[in-house]
Design a binder for this molecule. Structure first.
Ligand code: ADP
Ligand code: MG
Ligand code: MG
Length: 912
């Protein structure tokens, strides 16, 4: 191709391509075709490289093959145009560098790097030193005067190429390498002499031939094309797919491929490579933070083979380079107006930037950085509100490790499965955990397992934290601990757990039962020894300040689900503006009550039932008084008895065993007679499908005296508190309504009891009677139901259950298959299904308000604390969401973000 043709094509004339897509974007020589805003096209890495090039920073030149090409590759479409553009870009790179790929006395070598729109650290593949072959390695040895470096680079290429492109895995290469290291008696890779490295190369090439039937490709262009395609394919490796599923990243986005001139950190003691952050990603502290290694390449820093040095050390060793790095990274931070995570390489004393991106950070750091950046004038207060992910605020509500001044030896990094911190003594089985907890041998226990199973629940319950060596973010350990609000590090692959021998081997240490370790579930780190912990800090000054910006912005009110005064107090501390759901049955399980509850259920006539209820009345009344007092004048929504009655009775199997035993020992005892009556009643109440059985308002309709007792307890409590100077706001909520007739039946009882109580006490309180909408029929007839109901609260757990026809308790049997097949993107019980269940919510709200414009509408249930679902609730104009106390901060922030997005005219980001 002539120079003119090249230039013409580069100018975007596309004279030789048949469509208008531009596949390849060049960067280098002081300018780039693309820029930092083009993440969709160039991927995050490519956009960053372009942006840095445009800013005049020292970036090795190269080109980015855009994400369209990946999508076409995955579809199996023709790639002739892309190939042609790639060759033009390669020539341009060769001209700029005055080198030829893998040829001549000064061969050009490149890296082939993946990079998608959203960063997926370490999930896809990168190949370094591409272009090396038997010839080029000799040229490189001669040119650099450093044969060790040249052979080391070549053996790295064969290994990476074998692993990523030829899909041979790493193990066999590592085995060869280790064998030769051992033979030579050296500990570190860089200690191997040139001849030994040559031997490694010979063995590597033999291995490639043996495994693939072909020689390691010597033609540089063949290497390049194969590597590019392998990077495209790495988009769909299992790691990447799992990562996308957890992080809700679309599968069709695809990755870009960056081909970039190599710079060498492994050229000797004047070279090196490192990674860093412009601020501390764990605490947010405004300090330069990072690690590096001299005489190293690529992933050596993070691979754990050698221990990297703190970046401050670089200031001592190479002060000029250090200063340069600092000024560049500060400039980048200012430019991007966010904390940067960067990668650099020093070749013979000269600094090169290889990557920059907005750095991932803990919730603590996110809040601190947002506040600092507002103070520094980098961002506005409104921008700050978007700099924190709602879920990250959870970090403030769980304990954390005290690292300042402590010796922190990170043993392994697994998945941050459940946030918080735990410091304790390790045990290797659930039984041991229970035993040593109960006999007090260990004060705090960390349960260490390969992975956990449902049988381990009891052990998990008593443990302060869980560590597993296998399993992902949705493994049993991860899911269960998040539910328990307990710290968990899952899938820490570097930890070898021998459950039989009761040993944990990691980083060359062997830990035995009773040894101390520290876990950080927020970052996934496993740390040696016994660090101190700081308790949760909902009153952290940074957090308080941040929430002070958040709250005035939102329109949605945030209430809490709380059943007892203790939880209500906690909820107020975390900012609840009322109780959206008090489940009265939770009070029924207390030891002093369950007996009366059973008497009530077992009664075979109304008189006996009323007698039992009369005993429960004062207890419920006292509970409600506590709640009203704690919540002062905030609304308290109390739901009448909801679950099927047999939940309060002993299990049938247990009864049978007890009866059998008594028949043996005391066949004439009155206890036996009692148990037989109990068994008969248990069998009577048995339901095939209790979730769809005698529960919710069906209880209060079958046994009106239950509703009467609960209503009386509520109103007597409210009046009592009012008489003492309080100002209770009571919402009485009837569960599982499906028709206006049911609603009217229960509302009549409630209103009658209210006026009776008010008359008796000579005082009144304001109250509302409303319902949960949790059956599709209720949603469909919401206009009618609103004639009686003064508020709606969507019970989205049950509504999801009844709309999908999926039992919440059984979904785990098929959820994994549904997620894998892409039928569900999320667990519908965790994130509201907007298209179906959400539509019912929206429709019922409109119908209800049509009948009763003042209708108060909210949701309660798990979805009330899920950011996407909260944003949806804002969008469709609900009055409030109610969630568990620990989700309150998250819900408050999500609601504020939704309100701001709406103001800014942007689409509210939801998952629909
Ligand atoms: P990841 O996305 O997994 O971080 P990268 O594409 O950033 O993968 O590559 C990993 C590492 O390889 C980089 O941090 C850098 O150290 C090294 N590397 C990549 N390209 C080059 C290059 N052109 N010259 C020198 N080192 C490189
Ligand atoms: Mg990188
Ligand atoms: Mg329900």
């Amino acid at each position: 191709m002539t120079q003119g043709a090249v230039d013409q094509a580069l100018a975007g004339q596309a004279s030789m391509t048949s469509n208008t897509t531009k596949y390849v974007y060049f960067f280098g020589g002081g300018a780039a075709d693309g820029n930092g805003r083009m993440k969709d096209v160039l991927g995050g890495k490519g956009a960053g490289l372009a942006e840095m090039t445009n800013a005049g920073l020292p970036v090795p030149p190269g080109f980015t093959i855009q994400t369209d090409a990946c999508r076409e590759y995955m579809r199996g479409a023709s790639n002739a145009d892309m190939n042609a553009e790639m060759l033009i870009a390669l020539e341009r790179l060769e001209r700029l560098q005055g080198q030829k790929l893998g040829q001549g006395e000064n061969p050009l070598l490149v890296s082939v790097r993946s990079g998608a729109k959203f960063s997926m650290p370490g999930m896809m593949d990168t190949i370094l030193n591409l272009g090396l072959n038997d010839h080029a390695v000799e040229a490189l040895a001669k040119l650099s005067g450093n044969p060790r470096f040249a052979y080391d680079s070549y053996r790295r290429l064969i290994q990476m190429f074998g692993d990523v492109v030829l899909e041979m895995g790493k193990k066999k290469f590592e085995h060869i390498f280790d064998t030769i290291k051992e033979r030579e008696g050296v500990k570190y890779d860089y200690e191997l002499q040139p001849q030994a490295l040559k031997d490694v190369i010979v063995e590597y090439k033999k291995l490639v031939k043996k495994e693939t039937g072909k020689e390691f490709p010597q033609a540089p262009l063949e290497q390049l094309v194969a590597a590019r395609d392998a990077v495209f394919r790495s988009w769909n490796n299992d790691r990447a797919k799992t990562y996308r599923r957890i992080n809700h990243i679309d599968d069709w986005l695809g990755t870009a491929v960056n081909v970039q001139a190599m710079v060498f950190g492994n050229l000797g003691e004047n070279s090196g490579t490192g990674v860093g952050f412009t601020r501390n990603p764990a605490t947010g502290e405004h300090v330069f933070f990072g690690e590096y290694l001299m005489n190293a390449q690529g992933e050596d820093v993070v691979s754990g083979v050698r221990t990297p040095l703190p970046i401050s050390e670089l200031e001592r060793v190479m002060p000029r380079v250090y200063e340069h790095l600092r000024s560049i990274t500060w400039k980048m931070e200012k430019h991007y107006r966010d904390m940067q995570d960067f990668e650099f390489t020093i070749q013979d004393g000269k600094l090169y930037m290889l990557q920059t991106r907005n750095g991932k950070r803990t919730g603590l750091a996110a809040v601190r950085i947002a506040i600092d950046m507002v103070r520094e004038g980098l961002i506005t207060q409104e921008e700050a509100i978007f700099r924190v992910e709602p879920n990250q605020l959870y970090d403030f509500l769980v304990p954390r490790l005290v690292e300042k001044g402590a010796k922190v030896e990170v043993l392994a990094t697994g998945l941050p499965a459940s946030p918080g911190a735990a410091v304790g003594q390790i045990v290797f089985s659930a039984e041991d955990a229970v035993k040593f907890h109960n006999n007090g041998t260990y004060r705090t226990i960390i349960l260490v397992r390969g992975e956990t199973t449902p049988e381990d629940i009891a052990g998990m319950e008593v443990a302060a934290g869980i560590l597993t060596s296998r399993g992902g973010m949705t493994s049993h350990a991860a899911v269960v601990t998040r539910g328990m609000g307990k710290c968990c590090v899952a899938g820490a692959g570097e930890c070898v757990v021998n459950e039989a021998k009761k040993e944990l081997t990691v980083k060359g240490h062997i830990y035995k039962q009773g040894d101390w370790i520290s876990l950080d579930g927020t970052t996934g780190r496993v740390i040696a020894g016994q660090l101190k912990t700081l308790p949760a800090q909902p009153d952290d000054p940074d957090l308080v300040k941040f929430m002070g910006w958040v709250d005035p912005v939102r329109r949605l009110k945030i209430r809490a689900n709380a059943d007892i005064p203790r939880d209500a107090k906690q909820a107020r501390l975390f900012g609840a503006e009322g109780i959206g759901l008090c489940r009265t049955e939770h009070m029924f399980f207390a030891e002093d009550r369950i007996g009366h509850v059973r008497d009530m259920i077992l009664a075979d006539n109304e008189k006996d039932r009323r007698a039992a209820l009369a005993l429960l009345l004062p207890m419920q009344r006292a509970d409600f008084e506590g709640l009203f007092e704690t919540m002062e004048s905030l609304p308290v929504t109390i739901r009448l008895l909801d679950p099927p009655l047999h939940e309060f009775l002993p299990q049938r199997d247990e009864l049978l065993v007890q009866i059998a035993r008594l028949e043996e020992t005391k066949p004439r005892s009155s206890k036996l007679k009692e148990l037989r009556i109990l068994l008969a009643r248990v069998e009577e109440l048995h339901e095939v499908n209790p979730m769809l059985g005698l529960r919710g308002c069906r209880l209060g309709i079958t046994f009106p005296e239950i509703t009467e007792m609960q209503a009386r307890a509520i109103f007597e409590a409210a009046v009592n508190v009012k008489v003492r100077g309080g100002d209770p706001h009571v919402d009485v909520m009837v569960p599982l309504i499906g028709s206006i007739e049911e609603m009217r039946h229960q509302a009549n009882i409630i209103r009658r009891i209210a006026s009776e109580v008010f008359k008796e006490k000579g005082s009144t309180v304001e109250y509302l009677v409303g319902t949960m909408i949790e059956l599709p029929r209720a949603a469909l007839t919401a206009d009618q139901i609103a004639e009686e109901a003064e508020f709606f609260s969507f019970g989205t757990n049950d509504l999801t259950q009844t709309t999908f026809g999926i039992s919440r308790d059984d979904i785990n049997h098929f959820l994994p298959a549904y997620m894998k097949a892409g039928i569900f993107k999320h667990d519908p019980f965790a994130t509201l299904d907007q298209a179906g269940v959400g539509l019912l919510v929206k429709m019922a709200t409109a119908k209800g308000r049509n009948t009763r414009p003042t209708l108060q509408v909210g949701i309660c249930g798990e979805h009330g604390g899920d950011p996407e679902s909260v944003k949806f609730c804002h969008k469709i104009g609900l009055n409030y969401v109610s969630c568990s106390p620990f989700r309150l901060l998250t819900a408050r922030l999500a609601a504020a973000q939704a309100a701001l997005q709406e103001l800014q005219g942007g689409d509210i980001h939801t998952n629909s």
